[in-house]
Design a protein around this ligand. Structure first.
Ligand code: UD1
Length: 372
């Protein structure tokens, strides 16, 4: 039983479902969508772009506080487990749905498989960090994307025999979808924006922000938007707005804080649009975990507006630089990239498009051995 809940889960699950079906003998699977993300831009469009099948079950939990959302997923997931009696539950990533379904399954003695295990920001104020630590503690089989994840897990007392380094399924999706990425000019025209506004000699910067620590506090968000407006004077920006961020900009009266001629606001983008926007960007400014990995795979310089990353390999080997939220650091990192001194990095080990096949092969062996 494969579980997805929120946007970053979808690109991880698509190659896994394909690999389970392609495995010989096939590993039958069913897809459960918790409905944590539910709207066209955050969910349906991505299912289409990624070729994900319609979920066998949609729990339709929707939004809520962390407690309400987690509890509601648990309450609705339990009868699904009882009805379908899967050999194991496979969860990906670190969202509330990941932890909620894990808790339900382990307490019913259904083995849990966690894909993207062992990543740690070491910042327990992030809700995702709590979800990662707790999921990994009780999961039975843990698949990792980079070698440092094993060290984190062993430090937390997880037995190394439960861990298997397979590479990055998110990059499986990226490599298979890259030829179909939408050209940026087409995406902009679709939103009524004249591409010549930004597609000139220096190009553009792509921005995404949605971490609660960056967008839920009015002062912090006001300051960040101010920094973006300054950056936009030397490099026009395309800002794909997460619903949380748009909602907070409205609520705090910050919509005017960005110069609309230099910062183009877009709604949440489809996967293929986003891939095109990333590929064509001069640089990316983000607080997303997924974009740090995707820009590394594309060799596009990425400035991460956070103090820590759970994906250190993107900074050590890839194109990622942690700049925090300090205006001076951000401006000087942008200037470096504009004078050609940006990082392009290299592809990390096993980010080769085959991670999901390695998972399917290992899962088959592990289940055949009695999930031990
Ligand atoms: C969640 C994940 C985060 C992930 C992010 C990607 C957790 C703890 N966080 O954060 O790890 O990086 O998704 O997007 O699970 N909303 C909509 N439409 C939707 C979904 C949400 O409008 O389809 C709005 C709602 O107002 C909601 C808000 O966005 O309250 C936040 O959604 P939520 O799922 O609570 O958290 P994210 O910030 O999206």
């Amino acid at each position: 039983m494969c579980v997805v809940g929120a946007r970053p889960n979808f690109m991880k699950m698509a190659p896994i479902l394909r690999a389970l079906a392609a495995h010989r003998p096939p590993l039958p699977s069913m897809l459960v969508h918790t409905g944590q993300h539910y709207d066209q831009g955050m969910s349906h469009q991505l299912f289409e772009d990624l070729g994900l099948p319609t979920p066998d079950l949609n729990l339709e939990v929707g939004s809520g506080s962390h407690a309400v959302q987690t509890a509601e997923v648990m309450r609705r997931f339990e009868p699904a487990l009882d009805d379908h009696k899967p050999a194991c539950v496979l969860v990906v990533g670190d969202v509330n749905s990941t932890l909620a379904c894990t808790l339900v399954a382990v307490k019913k003695n259904v083995p849990v498989v966690h894909v993207e295990a062992g990543l740690r920001s070491h910042d327990r104020k992030m809700p995702e960090e709590i979800n990662r630590i707790l999921t990994d503690q009780v999961a039975d089989r843990l698949y990792t994307t980079e070698r440092s994840a094993l060290e984190n897990l062993v430090r937390e007392g997880v037995a190394a025999e439960r861990v298997c380094f397979v590479g990055n399924v998110m990059i499986d999706s990226l490599l298979s979808s890259r030829p179909h990425a939408k050209p940026t000019a087409q995406t902009l025209r679709f939103h009524g924006i004249d591409p010549s506004l930004i597609l000139h000699e220096k190009g553009y910067g792509l921005v995404t922000l949605h971490r609660p620590s960056n967008v839920d506090d009015a002062d912090t968000l006001r300051r960040l938007l101010g920094i973006l407006s300054e950056v936009a004077q030397s490099l026009p920006l395309v800002f794909a707005l997460h619903p949380r961020t748009r909602h907070n900009m409205d609520r705090f009266g910050l919509m005017d804080r960005v110069d609309a001629r230099r910062v183009l606001l877009l709604p949440p983008q489809g996967y293929l649009e986003m891939l095109g926007l990333m590929r064509d960007a001069t640089l990316v400014l983000t607080d997303s975990g997924g974009l740090q990995e995707e820009t590394t795979a594309l060799g596009v310089p990425c400035l991460t507006l956070r103090e820590s990353t759970e994906r250190p390999i993107t900074a050590e080997q890839g194109s990622n630089t942690l700049v925090g939220c300090d205006g001076q650091a951000i401006r000087s990192a942008v200037a470096d990239i504009l004078r050609g001194a940006g990082k392009c990095g290299r592809m990390p080990e096993l980010w080769d498009g085959q991670a999901a096949h390695r998972i399917a092969a290992d899962l088959w062996r592990w289940l055949a051995a009695g999930a031990r």
